[in-house]
Design a protein around this ligand. Structure first.
Ligand SMILES: [Zn+2]
Length: 336
């Protein structure tokens, strides 16, 4: 086959682009040991480093077929402005998911109060950035912060993204502090709605998934990162059965390849169910495109082109190309 095939550009709904620098490092240990190294990498970020490093990361994303990215950003306001410049230079649409961080992490992540946080969000909006709200997690934000942020997101019709249920320890701590699980706390504090994206939901139980479905929220799966960090598996079949929209993110950017994220998602579902084709090819593409756009509150981006003459598509019938891209190709099939 020769020529190209035009398909919709992919949406990367969850990225911490500075973490790209850590690939191949930090082997061994667990999530919490990795987190220590990640904090050290976060600590050394400056606007200049973000401006140059993120442009490289965003160019890699663009080359892999991502046309938009949700940057889940907790390393400061000047660095957020630098990320926006980097995205412009790389030609990728950016939604800056600006993080609220009340406690834990590094001092540079934290705001003094939730009012200060909202003020920073408003400053970034005034600077022309497309912004979403991002209470980091129930670890980092107490209930009163979640209430304020949920209300602001609802009033302003802005996307709200939050990590939840990535690691069992976070759930144990939430139960001890609030007597409920993370997604239950998000529902209770007005942070769960149609504009909400729950990032990970790896260890969500049935009642939490019911809440996500009932509130019309989305789940962002980040399978290559979740594998790399030893997080566990998205309960893919239980999510599918409830009709919860799924989008994808490259998260730590250990891999930048939308086909691989989608293949992993389907692979997880197959391992869990013992069946093949748990998600249809069309559903998987919708996770990578429409669901991501909706999660970020943006319109469809530009199309991308697939090189039908690529060696990984040799002898694939035209009717099988879409499925073969997900089942058997890497992002280098995308025409630069
Ligand atoms: Zn994340």
């Amino acid at each position: 086959m020769a020529g190209t095939l035009r398909i919709r550009g992919f949406v990367n709904a969850h990225s911490h682009t500075f973490q790209r620098a850590m690939r191949g490092r930090a082997a061994g240990g667990d999530f919490w040991a990795w987190r220590e190294l990640m904090l050290a990498e976060a600590e050394r970020q400056t606007p200049d480093l973000v401006r140059s490093g993120y442009e490289h990361g965003y160019r890699e994303m663009r080359a892999a077929g991502y046309t938009a990215v949700g940057e889940f950003h907790y390393v400061g306001v000047p660095e957020a402005l630098a990320a926006a410049e980097a995205a412009d230079a790389a030609g990728i649409e950016l939604v800056l998911l600006y993080v609220a961080y009340a406690r834990g992490g590094l001092p540079r992540f934290r705001q003094e109060s939730v009012r200060d946080y909202i003020g920073q969000v408003e400053a970034l909006r005034s600077a022309g950035l497309r912004v979403g709200l991002a209470p980091h997690s129930v670890r980092a934000c107490p209930a009163d912060w979640l209430e304020e942020i949920g209300k602001y997101a609802t009033d302003e019709r802005l996307p709200l993204h939050v990590h939840a249920d990535e690691q069992p320890k976070e759930i144990e701590e939430c139960l001890a502090e609030h007597g409920c699980r993370p997604i239950e706390l998000l529902a209770r504090t007005g942070c769960l709605g149609e504009l909400t994206t729950i990032v990970h939901a790896t260890h969500a139980d049935g009642a939490e998934l019911d809440l996500v479905a009932a509130h019309g929220a989305t789940i962002c799966a980040c399978p290559t990162t979740e594998a790399d960090l030893g997080d566990g598996f998205l309960p893919a079949e239980r999510v599918r059965r409830r009709g919860i929209p799924i989008c994808i993110g490259s998260d730590s950017n250990v891999r930048i390849d939308p086909f691989e994220e989608l293949r992993e998602l389907e692979g997880i579902a197959r391992r869990q169910t013992g069946r093949r084709g748990v998600f249809t090819t069309d559903e998987l593409y919708a996770f990578g495109t429409e669901a991501g756009s909706r999660a970020l509150g943006i319109d469809a981006g530009p199309a991308i082109e697939i090189d039908l003459g690529h060696r990984s598509l040799r002898d694939v019938e035209a009717a099988d190309v879409s499925a073969a891209l997900i089942a058997g190709c890497a992002a280098d099939v995308v025409v630069a």
